[in-house]
Design a protein around this ligand. Structure first.
Ligand code: ADP
Ligand code: MG
Length: 700
């Protein structure tokens, strides 16, 4: 079939007039034949089997049962009446219920005649089925049915305007008539063969008109594979072409600074994971291509030192480096830590933030431009256009999720040749998902914590147990430890949150009076100089308690702090809870995380709390998070486009994703530009994807 036929406007399909076409466009985004064919059913109703009443499960599946009505009654209720029929088979009985249309239903129902009923069941002291579809068994046996009925995505408006599921089904049939059900193949013979996939035409037919459960599964697999395969093909191919097109600085020097630091100044033995990652980075830096690497590592896994050593490599090769952090506190902390480590190496390092004084700025700008400054650490201020480097060779971005792709791009424009970019993130994303989201980045993972860390003990306590928690805090303070108490800060209710924080602060002040106890407070509405002052008192150990909103979420490092108390923990997302917990457990002492909540908890909140109590593993937590929220809410996924998947589900179909990625890599390795004869179909489809965005609107 001619592929362009699929680009025919939907108005031309028999049965679709201007009104319907309009509705289909507005409600479902269906503009063309292609769009309609890609309207995949959400689910299928299996009318291939009959259930017995004693087999019914307490789920909301739709089932088909054969039995007889033995009794009908009308039940008065507060608002109107309902009609209730007792329905029996040889295994038990249930109720059929109608809230509307009593009169004619009552008249049409036949007592003691075998019926086939179909619908959703409810359970309340027994099973019932509201408004069942009913057919006398005798008629049922005569009628012709397809094995499984597809249920298409719909909207209220569509249903109200008469475009019911049945109508969509009819239109789909019409489409298959007009196209002869023959669709051009979009995967190569080789892939079909190796993966034992069914043809495109067969898959499309069976996704809409399944001939059997087995063929439906095959159809779904084939279409999911195809969808994920082309996403991967596109991502990987972009990455490859970036590497071949964009020249990068070649850091070919062995590196005196790097080696001296490694031999004489390293404060600890690197973990194997850190060593492996440094090797991966060195490979990139010497490859003549621009590095664009994402470094994932759980909180506390030691990403900073990896970043620092990468910066030393840059300086060794005569380049400047910068490190950008999302908050002033973090930038300051990086500056302090890194400056202390490289002080004796003669590295010139400076800090630039929104609150840097004009005179400091002037000096920084001058030294950046004449090349005297080796390392610049700072906040977004570093990205401003007026900050110009003599030769920026490496940019490191800490805690990726606060930065958008656009900001990363800004760094590129600081030079004719883009600097190498290393993005460090503690938001653990399952690897395959990360590969899909950040397909333009290569990925390194630090999957090992430095030795000797005691794992953090996490507990969940109800607000009613607060006094016990306070006693525990006092004991820990007596031992010389420091405590974080964190309150939620959610934009929509900022005022309320602020009030909660202040109320909390007041009660903590009462419970922990001066001068015995000193308390710091940090929140978003403070001036940044005040924040820094308060933070610093805590870092220096002058205060024992830090009351804060989530501003401390990212990166702050106070090894003596051993208790993290999270107030209204049910209001935080899992990854945020995990980030917060990562603020403790940085010293040699046993650390604790206490999740405080009220008694009323949603089931998702319970799952989040249980997950936190159950594991310290960020990747495991990320998996749960992903399942709870779906990928849509994950940071940075909105722009990435991989979420408007037509049929695959990036979480549930992870195995297919892995396979698809494997084949995409294999294909491009062998034939980067898809020029081989056997890949002709792939090349053609790939080009179509770029041309007709609506074919697969998940391609960004
Ligand atoms: P993150 O990955 O969260 O940014 P950091 O780089 O801040 O972690 O490191 C957390 C703490 O662990 C720091 O105090 C750091 O000095 C320490 N650290 C890092 N690597 C090691 C190591 N290999 N052995 C011992 N301590 C380490
Ligand atoms: Mg960090």
């Amino acid at each position: 079939m001619n592929p362009s036929l699929l680009q025919t406007p939907i108005d031309y399909l028999k049965g679709v007039g201007p009104n319907r076409a309009d509705l289909l466009r507005k409600e479902l985004g269906i503009h063309t034949y292609q769009d309609l064919i890609n309207l995949f059913p959400n689910r299928y109703i299996d009318k291939t089997r009959y259930y017995k009443i004693n087999e019914l499960q307490r789920n909301n599946a739709e089932v088909q049962i054969i039995g007889k009505i033995t009794h009908i009654k009308t039940v008065e209720q507060q608002k109107g009446k309902r009609l209730v029929a007792t329905f029996m088979d040889e295994t038990g009985q249930m109720e059929l219920v109608w809230f509307r249309g009593h009169k004619w239903i009552r008249e049409s129902l036949k007592i003691n005649q075998p019926y086939v009923i179909f619908g959703k069941t409810n359970w309340y002291n027994g099973f019932s089925m509201p408004h069942p579809e009913m057919e006398l068994l005798a008629d049922h046996e005569k009628s012709l049915r397809t094995a499984m009925q597809p249920v298409y995505p719909s909207t209220e408006k569509l249903t109200n305007k008469g475009i019911t599921n049945r109508v969509v089904n009819k239109l789909m049939q019409q489409l298959f008539v007009e196209t002869n059900g023959k669709f051009y193949e979009t995967l190569s013979a080789e892939l079909l063969e190796e993966q034992k996939l069914i043809s495109k035409s067969k898959a499309l037919f069976n996704i809409h008109f399944p001939q059997s459960q087995e063929l439906l599964s095959k159809a779904q697999y084939r279409l999911k594979f195809e969808e994920l395969f082309y996403i991967q093909l596109q991502l990987i191919s972009k990455n490859l072409s970036r590497k071949s097109k964009i020249k990068g600085f070649n850091f070919d020097q062995v590196g005196t600074l790097f080696n001296t630091f490694y031999a004489e100044h390293l404060p600890f033995e690197l973990t194997n994971a850190q060593k492996r990652v440094i090797k991966e980075i060195r490979n990139d830096l010497g490859s003549n291509a621009q590095m664009n690497r994402l470094l994932q590592g759980d909180v506390g896994s030691g990403k900073t030192i990896v970043g620092l050593m990468t910066m030393l490599l840059a300086i060794d090769n005569g380049f400047q480096a910068c490190l950008v952090a999302p908050t002033e506190i973090l930038a300051q902390q990086h500056y302090n830590g890194i400056e202390a480590l490289v002080k004796e190496l003669g590295v010139n390092i400076k800090l630039l933030t929104g609150s840097s004084k004009a005179s400091e700025r002037k000096e920084i700008h001058d030294q950046l431009e004449n090349g005297e400054l080796h390392i610049l650490i700072g906040t977004h201020a570093v990205l401003e256009d007026k900050v110009q480097f003599k030769n920026l060779g490496l940019a490191i971005i800490d805690e990726q999720h606060r930065f958008g792709v656009a900001q990363r791009a800004k760094l590129w424009h600081k030079n004719a040749i883009p600097p190498h970019v290393l993005v460090m993130t503690a938001t653990p994303i399952p690897r395959t998902l990360a590969m899909s989201l950040y397909g333009d980045l290569d990925i390194s993972v630090i999957d090992e914590l430095p030795p000797g860390r005691k794992s953090i003990k996490t507990v969940h306590r109800y607000d009613s147990n607060r006094l016990k928690v306070f006693r525990f805090i006092k004991d820990e303070i007596k031992k010389g430890r420091q405590i974080y108490i964190v309150y939620p800060l959610i934009q929509e209710s900022e005022k309320l949150d602020y009030k909660d924080l202040m109320d909390g602060y007041a009660s903590i002040e009462r419970e922990f009076p001066k001068p015995e106890y000193q308390i710091s407070i940090v929140h978003g509405q403070m001036k940044s100089s005040d924040k820094d002052y308060e933070m610093e008192r805590f870092v220096k150990g002058e205060t024992q308690i830090m009351v804060a909103t989530t501003v401390i979420e990212v990166g702050v490092n106070v090894p003596n702090a051993s208790v993290m108390i999270i107030e209204s923990a049910e209001r935080f997302g899992l990854s945020q809870l995990h980030q917060l917990r990562g603020r403790v457990g940085r010293g040699a002492e046993q650390s604790y995380c206490i999740l405080m909540t009220g008694h009323k908890l949603s089931s998702d909140s319970k799952t989040r709390l249980e997950t936190m109590v159950g594991t310290n593993d960020g990747f495991q937590i990320a998996e749960v998070d992903l399942k709870l929220r779906g990928p849509g809410d994950l940071m940075g996924t909105q722009q990435s486009g991989v979420l408007n998947l037509k049929i695959a589900d990036i979480v549930k179909d992870n195995d297919i994703l892995k396979t698809a990625r494997y084949y995409a890599v294999k294909t491009l390795k062998e034939d980067q530009n898809l020029m081989l004869e056997k890949n002709k179909i792939l090349r053609y489809t790939y080009q179509q994807l770029a041309k007709h965005k609506n074919i697969w609107n998940y391609i960004s």
